[in-house]
Design a protein. Sequence first.
Length: 306
Amino acid sequence: MTASAFPETSGVSAACLVPFNDDYSVDEAGVRQHVRDILLTEGLSGLAQSSEVEVLSFEEWQRFVDIMLEEVNGRIPVIASVYGEGREAVEAAQSAEKAGASTLMVYPPKGGPFRPEVAHRHIGLIADACSLPIMLYQFPAATGRGYTFDTVMKLVDTVPAITSLKDWGNDPALHQRFIRTLQTRDVPVNVISAHSAWLMGSLAMGCNGLCSSIGSIMCDLQLALFRAIKADDLVQARAVNDKLVPITDALYVPPTHDLHNRTKEVLFALGRIPSPVVRPPLVKLPENEVNALREAIVLSGLEKRG
């Protein structure tokens, strides 16, 4: 499969987590189980990698991409994360293209606030290294890694490979500005929401897709909400959102560093991954937090598999 099979990134994509064994090695059978579970939802527009991949070695990341591609088998696009810099990022981009990924989700430069020129060089190096479309990943300004509006505009003007922006900026006003500006260009750039904590409001602004790691839990509900908003069916959208809110409220609590930790506990409780193990420095959640997540599962009406 080549990128030309899926020229546009839009719609609802789910981002996979990384199941680990008790010794912190990647549980490949668990990865396959996890991917197959997500693919039970018909109508998804893509399968991505969550930011948990940042704890993987390059070889582990390559194997993760390969497993995703094997399980998807050409049915939907596979979006590979590029989270390194310089040569590491170039090698990852080229590896993903060679393996058969359809799009690159490119993370911003590391290390805190950076000059616009650094962003241009970072994205430009990756775009020059392969022919895959790029999903630009927008981080919150508070992380020091978020792009300014002007930087994003300059990037999409000068790097034709950028076809979408995954917006996790958590700034509603800027989110709306991106949607109204990028999606109305002569060559539109789709805005993909990562604002799962307030997804209904985000989608109501008009973004053309969403991609979220908690979609690995409930991409069926996210897809239903996306379709209801696109159909201007506010009653249905509110009904779906009422199911989403209990679990998202339980997931998006401080410290946010534990989001994937919580997501794994939910997936484990639902029988969708073999273990909730996370790699250090993360530690297992305290029992009261696990119990709160289990209560949220019931309130959201999520069902255990098997």
